[in-house]
Design a protein around this ligand. Structure first.
Ligand code: HXC
Length: 513
């Protein structure tokens, strides 16, 4: 027995070294942690159970039969985060650059399958040179096995991808299917084809960082939802994100303990400027409504005319979708619509109630928007809200104009409770634009056109620039004093916590992609 155990321990020690001491040193010299260090930092201390530590690749081409590393470039297993089960894979760059072989893929597939039947999240820590070049189509098949499971698992269990090194070629499509992607600044990149191919095909000269670094994907493409300063920050953010999310579509996020305190927010109204055309920061309003320090923003730097993120109200996890008047006056455009739509669908998949803060002057006009498909992209958000069956509460803070009023979780598309502040303006459009159209003749014929426009604008504003017409129709359930809002929201989400909606039986909807 002693000899047998010593043989086992030798193998375990060998596996733990991955590609060897020198390659580990190289990894550290780049400011990166190793695959195992990442897993141990991610999971609650002592909770990691590794599976497939002794797996070896089966390749015999190019002398590969003489180069074998136990574990084959990926650490896989399960453990706990904040006491809850998660499955994890962590690619080991010290073994063939973390490249994906047939067996490496099989290890990932194994934990994905376990995660699906046991209904717990999968977290992938990606750091890989892509397909194991020596293995050809076996590697491509392995990728497809993963993509297929990513798709089947979508909406069943949460899937989160951290990009902590290279992620290139078709390898990018697994993170793209998962629910959230987080990239480490300066040490990770994602692209379908790298700078060399770009230069050959389009003659553009560009660095990896500019083409597909964290900042690029956080601001330009929206491919990444979060950016981390370094590996440690990435792991901490992953743990925090998980705290807002349930284990699967069959569960709710556990509530955090909360004791009711002074829930009035006397100063909240002061954040709204007197003039309806003056911007303010919607995040100031969010901070006043949610539990302190609980707001966790997603996609912060992408389409910042829309704010989305997780938060808590009286200890309950919620998703927030809010127009941001500080950026483009909070208009809906292509990027903000698809950003919000994706977030709404995530929350709906995983039973996370939605709070929607509305201050929207409409859709952004122009050729750029029309030619880039504002029609289908705006429809994504409309579809996502209409389809969502989680508790949905709206608060119209200021403007709710035109089609954007309908889209932003209006009563008509299934919101449960619609509140408005007295500052709300629910109308087809702003008073000036409306007057210029409907009183065009009177203004043209007036001796003082400017004065006539002003008079008509005031007339229109008196009639429509308030919430009372909508409240009179019951499209708004209550016009509330801003200082009472948090208290109302606590009660509203509590009242809605057992909401159940049965949709007509069908295969699936056809969201305008
Ligand atoms: C096998 C690989 C590898 C790969 C890296 N290595 N990528 N081995 N297959 N894809 C090995 C290297 O030979 C080296 O081995 C070790 O990993 C570290 O690589 P370095 O090049 O020394 O590291 P670095 O300078 O940091 O550069 C990292 C890199 C580069 C940018 C990722 O290695 C690279 O360009 N690799 C090839 C990337 C690629 O073309 N992949 C295929 C993409 S196509 P030693 O023994 O020296 O330590 C693809 C299709 C997927 O992925 C399709 C799915 C549908």
């Amino acid at each position: 027995m002693k000899n047998k155990l010593s043989e086992l321990n030798k193998k375990i020690e060998e596996a733990k070294l991955g590609g060897g001491v020198d390659r580990i040193k190289k990894q550290h010299s780049k400011g990166k942690l190793t695959a195992r260090e990442r897993v141990h930092l991610l999971l609650d201390p002592g909770s990691f159970e590794e599976l497939g530590m002794l797996v070896e690749h089966r390749s015999v081409d190019f002398g590969m039969e003489r180069q074998k590393f136990l574990g084959d470039g990926v650490v896989t297993g399960y453990g706990k985060i904040q006491g809850r089960l998660v499955y994890v894979f962590s690619q080991d760059f010290t073994v063939f650059g973390g490249s994906l072989s047939e067996t490496h893929a099989e290890k990932i597939v194994k934990i994905m399958d376990l995660a699906m039947v046991n209904k717990a999240p999968v977290i992938g820590l990606n750091d890989s040179g892509g397909a194991r070049i020596q293995e050809g189509v076996n590697s491509l098949g392995g990728y497809a096995d993963i993509f297929y499971r990513n798709t089947i698992a979508s909406g069943l269990i949460p899937q989160i991808s951290a990009i902590m090194g290279p992620c290139a070629g078709g390898a990018v499509y697994s993170p793209a299917i998962t629910d959230f992607t987080i990239m480490v600044d300066q040490s990770s990149y994602m692209f379908v084809t790298g700078p060399n191919v770009v230069k050959t095909v389009t003659n553009e000269e560009i660095t990896s960082e500019e083409l597909g670094g964290a900042n690029t994907h956080a601001t330009k493409s929206g491919v990444t939802h979060l950016v981390a300063a370094n590996d440690k920050d990435c792991i901490l953010k992953l743990r925090k994100l998980l705290s807002y999310i349930p284990q699967s579509c069959e569960e709710k996020t556990p509530d955090l303990p909360y004791e009711m305190g002074e829930e009035l927010r006397e100063k909240i109204g002061e954040f709204i400027p007197e003039s309806p055309n003056q911007p303010y920061n919607i995040k100031d309003i969010i901070q006043q409504l949610v539990d302190s320090d609980s707001f966790f923003e997603i996609h912060e730097k992408f389409a910042d005319n829309m704010v989305v993120g997780f938060s808590r109200i009286a200890g309950k996890s919620i998703g927030i979708v809010a127009n941001q008047p500080m950026s483009l006056a909070g208009v809906l455009d292509v990027d903000s619509s698809r950003k919000a739509a994706r977030f709404v669908r995530f929350c709906d998949s995983f039973n996370i109630p939605l709070l929607v803060l509305v201050d929207v002057p409409g859709f952004l006009p122009g050729t750029d928007q029309e030619w880039n498909g504002i029609i289908v992209n705006g429809a994504k958000l409309l579809f996502a809200f209409s389809e969502a069956t989680v508790p949905r509460v709206s608060l119209i803070v200021r403007k709710a104009y035109g089609g954007a009023y309908d889209v932003m979780n209006s009563k008509h598309i299934g919101a449960d409770l619609n509140y408005a502040w007295p500052t709300a303006e629910v109308a087809v459009m702003g008073a000036k634009g409306a007057s210029e159209i409907i009183f065009r003749k009177e203004i043209k014929e007036a001796s003082d056109a400017a004065e006539m426009l002003q008079q008509k604008e005031a007339e229109y504003a008196e009639k429509f620039a308030h919430p009372y017409k909508a409240a009179g129709r019951g499209f708004i359930d209550e016009v509330i004093d801003p200082k009472n809002t948090r208290r109302k929201l606590i009660r509203a989400f509590k009242m809605l916590e057992n909401k159940k909606v049965q949709r007509p039986n069908k295969k699936h909807g056809n969201i305008p992609l």
